[in-house]
Write a protein that binds this ligand. Sequence first.
Ligand code: DC
Length: 226
Amino acid sequence: MDPYVVTIDGPSGSGKGSLALLLARLLGFSILDSGAIYRLAALKALNENVDLQDEQHVLGAIRTLDIHFETGDELTIPFLDGKDVSQQVRDEKTAAAASIVAAYPSVRTQLLAIQRDFFSPPGLVADGRDMGTTVFPDAKIKIFLNASSQIRAKRRYKQLIDMGLSANIVDLQNEIEIRDERDRSRAVSPLVPASDAVIIDCSLMELSQVVDLVMSHITDINNQRF
Ligand code: DC
């Protein structure tokens, strides 16, 4: 079978990351967490103290972006300028900055090639906001994963607490809704399902049920004869 891409798009906290990880393992594919790329770019801009409201300054800071990922036992560890930045990258301050810099067309263009380079045989599972619409428009399988903002805030809260970080659930829901609105309404690559994506609302589903549903969809598509 030719190598192919599975895209998983959706809002923050919908469970894209966990779904992508399990699918990549089941399929033996590599994985792209594109949100981490935007977070690393934002972190670089924050480290350089650039004015986040100034697109050209942000672009200047990320023109030479020294990032890479290393696979640990369970997690993928992000590195910026040779340093492990797993903690800073997950911080809500970095997430908010990522959402701001991600709205700049020049920043999105700058990060396009980095994301596409993740595709190699036998295939890639890519998660983000515009994987199926912009980064991999020819992907064989496209999923759009959604869940209510309340459920997503609860999941994000648990994630942060499990990582030893502090969090407030009401603040998280507010931040998620603000970020969603910004991601949905931006002019370039807004958070919308690709026209050929399968839309799954997983508010009331266990992760294992979502994995089963997507795997059966992948099997159906792979068995289709033209
Ligand atoms: O998925 P995440 O929470 O790690 O993403 C952080 C921010 O990055 C999010 O607010 C929007 C942005 N992002 C994006 O614009 N496009 C992507 N493909 C992935 C993330």
